[in-house]
Design a protein around this ligand. Structure first.
Ligand code: RP5
Length: 170
C-alpha cells in the first residue's frame, strides 16, 4: 500500500516532483504519483484528496506553480501532513507559487519547502514516516552520516590543493 501520494498540477512540474519520488525510492518508501489540476479538474481533485486516507497515504507531497492552490486544498481535505513544493515560474520566479502555498490561514498548515525543493520534500516525508518506523529512522541516520562524509571529503580536497585546512586541526 502506498504510504505517500505525490501529486502535481501539470506535467511541467515533473522534473521537480521526480526528485521527491527518487528520494522515496532510495529509502524504499511506497508511493503513488499523479497529475491532477485543482483548477482544471476540481471534481477529480476532490475524489483524490477525499479518498487519500482510505488509500493508506500518511503524507501527501503536492507541487504546483503560479496561483498554486493544489497543496492547500489537499490540506483542507486530507487530515494528515501535506508537504507543499512551490514551482519556479517564468513570470514571477516562483514567489507567486511560494506565497500561494506557504501563506495558509490558521488551522490548515502546509509544510512548505523551497522553490523547486523536490528532494527536500521527499526527505521531509521520510522523516515524518520515520517517527513510527525504526528501520526507516536507521536508514535516515545513515543518509545523514553519508552527507557529513561527503562534505568532509570536499574539505580534504582543499587540503590536497595546499590550502591551510580547518579539518586537519581537529
Ligand atoms: C499549475 O500551473 C501547475 O502546477 C504548473 O506549475 C503551472 C503551469 O501549468 P502548465 O501551463 O505547464 O500546464 O497548475
Amino acid at each position: 500500500m502506498a504510504k505517500v501520494g505525490i501529486v502535481m498540477g501539470s506535467d511541467s512540474d515533473l522534473p521537480v516532483m521526480s526528485k521527491a519520488a527518487e528520494i522515496l525510492e532510495q529509502f524504499g518508501v511506497d508511493y503513488e504519483m499523479t497529475i491532477i489540476s485543482a483548477h482544471r479538474m476540481p471534481d477529480v481533485f476532490y475524489d483524490y484528496a477525499s479518498s487519500a486516507e482510505e488509500k493508506g497515504y500518511k503524507v501527501i507531497i503536492a507541487g504546483a506553480g503560479m496561483a498554486a492552490h493544489l497543496p492547500g486544498m489537499c490540506a483542507a481535505i486530507f487530515p494528515m501532513p501535506v508537504i507543499g513544493i512551490p514551482m519556479h515560474t517564468k513570470s514571477l520566479g516562483g514567489v507567486d507559487s511560494l506565497y500561494s502555498i506557504v501563506q495558509m490561514p490558521s488551522g490548515i498548515p502546509v509544510a512548505t519547502v523551497a522553490i523547486n525543493g523536490g528532494a527536500n520534500a521527499g526527505i521531509l516525508a521520510v522523516k515524518m514516516l520515520a517517527m513510527s518506523d525504526p528501520d526507516l529512522l536507521a536508514k535516515l541516520k545513515e543518509y545523514i552520516a553519508g552527507m557529513k562524509a561527503a562534505v568532509m571529503k570536499k574539505a580534504d580536497k582543499l587540503d590536497e590543493l595546499g590550502y591551510k585546512g580547518y579539518m586537519e586541526q581537529m
